[in-house]
Write a protein that binds this ligand. Sequence first.
Ligand SMILES: [Zn+2]
Length: 260
Amino acid sequence: MLIISPIPAFNDNYIWMFHSPDSREVFVVDPGDAGPVEQALNYHGLNLVGILITHHHFDHIGGVAELAHTRNIPVYGPDNPNIKGITHPLRDNDTVELSTCQFKILATPGHTLDHIAYFTDSGDDENPALFCGDTLFVGGCGRLFEGTAEQMYSSLSRLASLPGHTRIYCAHEYTQANLEFARAVEPNNRKLQEQVMQVAELRSENRPTVPSTLRKELDTNPFLRSNQPEVIQAASDRDPSSSASPIDVLRVIRAWKDNF
Ligand SMILES: [Zn+2]
């Protein structure tokens, strides 16, 4: 099993830190800023032994040089030469052994072309975990900066096929805004309404809404529901010229969200 905890950074980023319960050696995912990571390591008396990167955006890699500089630790990440400091470039379906767990690499292009996610269900962990960066958010998905709706659809479909109890560790606290949009798409989704209330309570106490579970996302996240009648209808109301295919529905609601 892994102990996984968030290190808040910038306005709404989460840098995920994980280690096995019997070890003080930790990994961090997407350290956009070194400062909060060093503070967390000091505070908890932990030793950073590796870094994982999901994609090239600055708020995910900005702290890599500083954190890796004095430590000589491995930096795992996409096979993208534009990301400085990656020592272990990873490709789709690669596996890496980190802490006591084996992680599988899933290429998830869409938000960026180099985006990868890290999935583990190994060890004695009851709950598989997914570090999905800016591909899948709680209640939403990443903006299409580089990829197409087709690519995002196929990336999300791949994540959607993971076990339902997979915990979803995304890189931003965007949940409340995402759910506001989700409600505009599916005003009659009862599970979504319950989720809105749970999230409001968590946020009123300034607690993270991440991780979610895949099952919860399948029930409430419109970007995983582009084959559902109410979502198809909402997309067709928004853009009557689009088809009912899940990719077109995803394209329409993604563009809608961009201007929501
Ligand atoms: Zn990004």
